[in-house]
Design a protein around this ligand. Structure first.
Ligand code: ATP
Ligand code: MG
Length: 355
């Protein structure tokens, strides 16, 4: 649907040059919700604004349904842009226009009769669940309602792509959930492809199919949400994931060295990850019986990412050395990822980097 090929954007004010994105390539498939996460200044907004050429990349190509937008004349570009709606953190509504006026705005020039325009606006309002607020002004709406108006406005020209730049960052958690739920619903109803910028891993976890992690103008990691969550490669990705789970807390406790879990010499501390159907709990009790290994769960987290159940556990294994090894091999044989965490025998120092 969208393919960014070697895009670089340099902002040059005559004195200084800032390379906001550097040789970025990314493919976004039709119908997917693609998350882009990164710290402030990573280049997320610039990248997304390059997709609809609100920012023209200094170098590189932007393919939209196979057509390179950077080669189009202004008029054709305007036409293609209509196929990409956009919403923002601060909604960007016209305060002097009513809800109706805001949503009707992008329909100007579309040669609809007054009656058709009205029908379209009401249809859009129904889609976002705000039929009863047609006459209200933005100042009379809550943040969540404002974002619903902004979404309706972004959908006015029947786009195929919806670009969301921190669309939920100004909202409380419950309203965030309702907007994310709405986006998911609209995606299915209208066959949208969604690109969603956020700095919250929880948002990615909730609705994205794939995720790109950006740092310093580059995409440092990209993949399905299930893969990136369970097997992150880059340190920055791990940091983001830690914000969405309390896994780090367990490392902190273990590193405090108080040995509250009674780790004894010869015990093995292991991190177990599964993606898909393998039900780790049944394996734990089977493995435990079969190899005479005691397994206690120090940490466990089970998620449904996309439609994929995934789980992560930190377990403490006690038993004979060979038995523990066979227990772990048994898990690996069932398709689970097993990593032994580094910890001293006397204290319980754990190397969090091993995670
Ligand atoms: N119009 C501009 N002129 C000059 N520099 C810019 C411009 N827009 C962005 N930049 C710079 O490009 C870099 C990337 O900015 P960008 O807004 O894309 O980051 P971001 O990841 O969206 O950050 P945030 O999470 O804070 O929104 C920053 O260093 C920023 O200062
Ligand atoms: Mg931004």
């Amino acid at each position: 649907m969208i393919e960014i090929i070697g895009a670089t954007k340099v902002f040059d004010n005559g004195k200084t040059k800032i390379q906001a994105i550097k040789d970025v390539s990314l493919k976004i498939n039709r119908g997917e919700i693609h998350g882009i996460i990164g710290y402030s200044g990573a280049g997320k907004s610039t990248l997304v604004r390059c997709i609809n050429l609100l920012e023209r990349p200094t170098k590189g190509k932007i393919l939209f349904k196979g057509e390179d937008l950077t080669t189009l004349r202004e008029r054709d570009l305007r036409d293609r842009r209509k196929k990409m709606g956009m919403i923002f953190q601060h909604f960007n509504l016209f305060n002097s226009r009513s809800v109706y006026g805001n949503i009707a705005y992008p329909l100007k020039g579309s040669r609809l009769s007054k009656e058709e325009e009205r029908e379209k606006v009401l249809e859009l309002l129904e889609l976002v669940g705000l039929e009863d607020r047609v006459k209200a002004y933005p100042s009379e709406l809550s943040g969540g309602q404002k974002q619903r108006v902004a979404i309706a406005r972004a959908l006015a020209n029947n786009p195929e792509v919806l670009l969301c730049d921190e669309a939920t960052s100004a909202l409380d958690p419950k309203t965030t959930d309702s907007i994310l739920e709405l986006l998911r619903e609209l995606k299915n109803k209208l066959n949208l492809t969604i690109v969603l910028i956020t700095h919250e891993m929880a948002v990615i976890k909730k609705i994205c199919d794939r995720v790109s992690v950006m740092e310093d103008g580059q995409i440092i990691e990209e993949g399905t949400v299930a893969r990136v969550f369970t097997q992150p490669v880059h340190e920055t990705t791990k940091e983001f994931i830690d914000t969405a789970t309390n896994r780090n807390r367990i490392y902190e406790i273990l590193n405090e060295g108080e040995n509250i879990f009674n780790i004894e010499e010869g015990d093995v501390l292991a991190r177990v990850v599964y993606v898909g159907k393998s039900t780790a709990e049944a394996l734990l009790s089977k493995g435990s019986r079969r190899y005479e290994v005691d397994a206690s769960i120090l940490y466990g987290n089970i998620e449904i990412l996309g439609n994929t159940p995934t789980g992560e556990m930190i377990i403490l294994l006690s038993g004979g050395r060979g038995d523990i090894q066979r227990f772990m091999d048994y898990f690996k044989g069932k398709g689970l990822i097993v990593e032994v965490l580094d910890h001293g025998a006397d204290t319980s120092k754990v190397c969090a980097k091993c995670s």
